[in-house]
Design a protein around this ligand. Structure first.
Ligand SMILES: Cc1cc2nc3c(=O)[nH]c(=O)nc-3n(C[C@H](O)[C@H](O)[C@H](O)COP(=O)(O)OP(=O)(O)OC[C@H]3O[C@@H](n4cnc5c(N)ncnc54)[C@H](O)[C@@H]3O)c2cc1C
Length: 537
C-alpha cells in the first residue's frame, strides 16, 4: 500500500486567490471619479501606471518584509564610539526610493519651493492614497519631507540651498552631510516628555552662537531619525522658536543628536520613531524667535491632510481584501458575497470608503486652489482637522470589521489585515490627536470665511446651519463629526453617482448611524452598484 505523504491528505479548495497584481487606480471606481471631479482627470493614465506598479505581488511582498524586519538603532560602534544611526531593511529603502522617484515627498512644490500648480495636490493625494494601501510606515518621512518645505519659506536663504536637494527625485540613504547627497529627507521634533499637544511646555533651550544656535534638551518622539535634517521647536531668548537641525554640522562633523531608544510600537513597524537628546546640537533658526508655533503649524497642516488620506487608503485596502475574499468563498452552497447580511456589511463599509476618498480629494482640491481663492483656503483650514479627526477615527474599527469578513484567515499575518489593523490608530494620535483636532475646528470657526464654508455645506446638504452653533468644547466632537459627514455628502454629490450620494445621506445623516457596520439598510440594487464600484467583478 502506498504511503501517504502529509501533503496528500486533502485538496485545498474554497480559498480566495491572493489579492495582488491589481491596478490600484483602474480597479477603484470611487477614486477615479473623485480624482476627475477635483480637476485631475488628465492625470488618469499616469495614476494608472502608478497603480499598476504599486499593486504588484512584489510590492505587496515588499510591504510585508519591511514590517517583519523593523529598524534597529546602532548607538555605539564596536570600539565604543557613538554612532547614533538606524539600520533599515532593504525593503524599507526600496519603498523610500519608489516614493521619492514618484515625487510623493515633493511633487506639490516647484524647484524654487513655490506651490506647484493645480492639480498637483489632487494627483499627489491619489498616489499617496494608493501607496498607503501597500505600505504606510515609510510614508511618515515622505509626508514630513513634503510638509517641511512650507515652514522653510520663513528662512529664504536656507531654503534656497535646501529645496533643490529636497525636490530631487533621487533617494540617497547615505549617512553623509546633505550638501554632498543627491537628495535629502526631513523630519520633525516637537513632542517632549512633559507635553506633546502643549508644545509651549517644551523645555529644550536654544542659545545663539554666532549666526546659528546651540540646542540642549530632548524630544520624546522624533520619527524617521535617519532624516537629513529636522524641524525642531526649542525655547530661544525670544520664546518658542522653530529650528532646522541637520545630522551633520556645516563643518562636516556629526551633529550632537543622541538617539536613546527606538519606540516599540503597536504598528508602523517599518518606520523608526526615536527618543533623542540634543547635547549642544547645531541649529539654524527658521522664522522669528517666538514665532515657533505659527511657523511649524504650516508643516502640520500638510501632514494632517496626509493622515486622513493614508487612513482612507488603509480602509480602501481592507475593504478590497474583504470584497475579494467574499467573492471566492462559499458557505452553505452560496458565495459569502451573495449572503444578504454580508452584502449589508460590505456595502455599509463601502459607504465610509466612498465618503472618505471623496472628502480627501475635495480637500486636496482646496489646497490646490487656496492661494488664489479665500473660500477654498477657508475650506482647507476648517476641513483639514475635521477630516483628520473623522476619517482617522473610523479606520481602526473599519479594519477590524474587514478582518472579520475574512474569518480566521483575516486574523493571520499573511492576510495583511492584522498589519492594517495595527497601523490604523496612529494616524488619529500623531500630528494632533482627536480632541485637539476638534479644538482646532472650533478655532477655525472664529473666521467669517470658515463660517461661510459651513453655511454653504449645510445648504447643499439640507442641514440647518444653526445646528453648528457651538455651546462649548464639550460639544466639539459631535459638531466635528457632523461637519465631516455633511462635507463628505457634499463631496460625494460632486463626484459619485447620485444613488451613492443619496445612500450616504440616508445612512449617515438622515438615520442615526448604528454603532456597528451592517445596519445602514441600503437598498439591494444600490448595494450591488456600490459593491461593483469597490471592485468590478
Ligand atoms: C508612532 C509615533 C510617532 C511620532 N512621531 C513624532 C515625531 O516625529 N515628531 C513629534 O514631534 N512627535 C511625534 N509623535 C508624538 C505625537 O505627535 C504626540 O504623541 C501627539 O501629538 C499627542 O501628544 P502627547 O503624546 O504629548 O499627548 P497629550 O498631549 O498628553 O494628549 C493626551 C490626550 O489628551 C487629549 N487632549 C490634549 N489637550 C486636550 C484638551 N485641551 N482637551 C481635551 N483633550 C485634550 C489629546 O487629544 C490626547 O488624546 C509621535 C507619536 C507616535 C505615536
Amino acid at each position: 500500500m502506498a504511503t501517504l505523504s502529509r501533503f496528500d491528505t486533502h485538496e485545498v479548495f474554497n480559498q480566495s486567490p491572493p489579492y495582488e497584481n491589481i491596478d490600484l487606480f483602474a480597479s477603484d471606481g470611487p477614486l477615479r471619479e473623485a480624482v476627475a471631479a477635483n480637476g485631475a482627470a488628465a492625470e488618469a493614465d499616469a495614476l494608472s501606471d502608478f497603480g499598476r506598479q504599486w499593486g504588484t505581488a512584489d510590492m505587496l511582498a515588499l510591504g510585508r518584509r519591511a514590517n517583519e524586519n523593523p529598524p534597529k538603532l546602532s548607538t555605539f560602534d564596536a570600539k565604543g564610539f557613538r554612532r547614533d544611526t538606524v539600520e533599515f531593511h532593504p525593503a524599507y529603502h526600496a519603498f523610500m526610493a519608489q516614493s521619492v522617484a514618484a515625487g510623493l515627498h515633493a511633487s506639490t512644490w516647484t524647484d524654487t519651493g513655490k506651490r506647484a500648480p493645480a492639480p498637483a495636490e489632487v494627483a499627489r493625494a491619489a498616489r499617496f492614497y494608493m501607496a498607503a494601501q501597500i505600505e504606510t510606515g515609510h510614508l511618515c518621512p515622505i509626508t514630513m519631507t513634503r510638509a517641511a518645505l512650507a515652514p522653510l519659506a520663513a528662512a529664504p536663504a536656507l531654503a534656497a540651498r535646501i529645496v533643490p536637494k529636497v525636490v530631487s527625485r533621487s533617494y540617497d540613504a547615505a549617512f553623509r552631510p546633505w550638501s554632498e547627497k543627491s537628495g535629502m529627507t526631513l523630519g520633525m521634533g516637537m513632542t517632549e516628555k512633559q507635553g506633546g499637544t502643549d508644545v509651549r511646555a517644551n523645555t529644550t533651550t536654544a542659545t545663539p552662537v554666532g549666526d546659528a544656535y546651540s540646542l540642549i534638551g530632548h524630544k520624546w518622539f522624533m520619527s524617521a531619525p535617519m532624516s537629513d535634517a529636522f524641524l525642531v521647536l526649542a525655547q530661544a531668548p525670544g520664546g518658542l522658536t522653530c529650528f532646522l537641525v541637520p545630522r551633520f554640522r556645516p563643518d562636516g562633523s556629526v551633529n550632537a543628536l543622541r538617539f536613546q531608544r527606538l519606540k516599540d510600537k503597536l504598528g508602523n513597524r517599518s518606520n523608526a520613531s526615536s527618543e533623542v537628546e540634543f547635547t549642544e546640537a547645531f541649529a539654524w533658526r527658521v522664522g522669528d524667535e517666538g514665532a515657533g508655533i505659527r511657523t511649524i503649524l504650516q508643516m502640520v497642516q500638510l501632514t494632517r491632510i496626509d493622515c486622513a488620506v493614508a487612513s482612507a487608503g488603509l480602509m480602501r485596502m481592507a475593504l478590497a481584501q474583504a470584497v475579494h475574499h467574499c467573492r471566492h468563498r462559499n458557505v452553505f452552497q452560496k458565495r459569502l458575497y451573495d449572503q444578504p447580511m454580508m452584502r449589508g456589511v460590505l456595502a455599509d463599509m463601502a459607504l465610509d470608503v466612498e465618503a472618505s476618498v471623496a472628502l480627501v480629494m475635495r480637500l486636496a482640491r482646496a489646497l490646490d486652489r487656496a492661494a488664489g481663492d479665500p473660500g477654498e483656503a477657508a475650506y482647507a483650514r476648517v476641513m483639514t482637522p475635521a477630516a483628520k479627526f473623522f476619517i482617522c477615527k473610523l479606520a481602526p474599527a473599519f479594519a477590524y470589521e474587514a478582518m472579520e469578513c475574512l474569518g480566521g484567515n483575516g486574523y493571520v499575518e499573511e492576510s495583511m489585515l492584522p498589519r492594517l489593523y495595527r497601523e490604523a490608530p496612529v494616524n488619529a494620535i500623531w500630528e494632533g490627536s482627536g480632541n485637539v483636532m476638534c479644538l482646532d475646528v472650533l478655532r477655525a470657526l472664529k473666521g467669517d470665511e470658515e463660517v461661510a464654508v459651513i453655511a454653504a455645506l449645510s445648504q447643499e446638504t439640507g442641514v440647518d446651519p444653526k445646528s453648528f452653533a457651538v455651546a462649548g468644547e464639550a460639544d466639539a466632537r459631535a459638531l466635528v463629526e457632523k461637519l465631516a459627514i455633511i462635507a463628505s455628502a457634499a463631496a460625494l454629490k460632486a463626484s459619485a453617482p447620485p444613488a451613492v450620494a443619496d445612500a450616504f445621506v440616508q445612512g449617515r445623516l438622515t438615520k442615526p448611524r448604528g454603532a456597528l457596520y451592517g445596519a445602514a439598510g441600503i437598498d439591494a440594487a444600490i448595494t450591488t452598484t456600490m459593491l461593483q464600484r469597490v471592485l468590478p467583478e
